[in-house]
Design a protein around this ligand. Structure first.
Ligand SMILES: [Zn+2]
Length: 89
């Protein structure tokens, strides 16, 4: 994992911008699980609509989608790991 990493919380990710010039902090627990990002696009364009009650994938910026993919990768890896563990007796 080289372009994002877990912060202090399982649902917090640091995601690099598409051009790699900035890091954005994504908290997937914000807005009741929709997720929030500190990039300008989310803060200026998307969050005001979420504040009005709109939800949906079209209101997730690139970084939130990346963080959700990373979360899925982590969960899938954990499930595979737990399924391949030797039974403990
Ligand atoms: Zn963003």
């Amino acid at each position: 994992m080289n372009h994002a990493n877990n912060d202090d919380h399982l649902l917090v990710f640091v995601v690099k911008s598409r051009r790699g010039k900035a890091d954005y902090r994504v908290d997937l627990s914000d807005w009741n699980g929709h997720g929030a990002c500190d990039c300008p696009h989310f803060l200026c364009k998307l969050q005001p609509k979420i504040r009005n009650g709109d939800r949906g994938r079209h209101l997730m910026c690139y970084h939130i989608k990346e963080a959700r993919d990373l979360l899925a990768d982590n969960v899938i890896a954990k499930i595979i790991e737990s399924e391949t563990e030797e039974p403990q007796f």
